[in-house]
Write a protein that binds this ligand. Structure first.
Ligand SMILES: [Zn+2]
Ligand SMILES: [Zn+2]
Length: 228
């Protein structure tokens, strides 16, 4: 046990018991999203393995979406804690919940032409918060998948408010179109980009980031989120 664990003991995010962020009693409450429950990132309807429907494809659309957990209960608490505290060991515990036999990201592990790109925060927000939770999750997930992470490819130029209601979905899509720019330097080295964010709500942020990357020449962009 590390010294810090004595001073700030880990507590279960759900029941508060000391020892782990996801205690053995609460862990079964985590709801995994099965590959058969995946959705298309363009229309939001069911899609096998999260692959964008052929009819939903367009020149700059995302190629697919993988979300690991349902956004409720202890998972919701984990996302919130990470957003405000940015703790690396919480990110590691969260990533460790992804089952080892998970098949939602087939054929990615260990490939050096695949790169993980965390959704960036606007510099203002990153400065006030001090960290980017998607980047913290990304470094752990990239390690687990044996792929590289690159934080310099995508830059956020518009400071958009947090995701809101579904009714605003179409309006937000337009607003977010120019939310990112791409530093295409080095982009051609990679065949596939894994875009990572903590939560998928309307998907507007992911679609916008995907659009920017594809317009800059990315061949394959797959969105990944911890929760949905
Ligand atoms: Zn618990
Ligand atoms: Zn679709």
């Amino acid at each position: 046990m590390a010294v810090l664990d004595y001073i700030f003991p880990k507590r279960c995010l759900s029941c508060g018991s000391v020892g782990a962020y996801f205690c053995a009693r609460c862990r079964p409450g985590v709801r995994h999203i099965l590959p058969t429950e995946a959705i298309c990132p363009v229309c939001g309807r069911p899609a096998i393995d999260g692959k964008t429907h052929p009819r939903c494809r367009s020149r700059y659309s995302l190629d697919g979406l993988t979300s690991f957990f349902r956004y409720d209960g202890i998972v919701k608490k984990a996302v919130t804690s990470l957003k405000y505290r940015g703790v690396f060991d919480l990110a590691a515990a969260f990533i460790a919940l992804i089952s080892s036999g998970y098949s939602g990201l087939p054929g990615i592990s260990g490939r050096d032409d695949v790169v993980l790109v965390p959704i960036p925060l606007h510099t203002h927000r990153q400065r006030t918060r001090g960290f980017n939770q998607a980047e913290i999750l990304g470094s752990t997930l990239a390690q687990r998948l044996h792929i590289k992470m690159h934080t310099g490819i995508l830059r956020r130029i518009a400071d958009t408010p947090p995701q809101v209601s579904m009714q605003e979905r179409s309006a937000r899509f337009i607003n977010l179109r120019r939310a990112f720019t791409c530093e295409s330097d080095g982009l051609e080295r990679y065949n596939s980009i894994i875009l990572l964010d903590d939560v998928y709500t309307t998907g507007a942020t992911m679609r916008s980031a995907g659009h920017t990357l594809k317009r800059a020449g990315a061949r394959f962009v797959w969105a990944v989120t911890m929760a949905r």
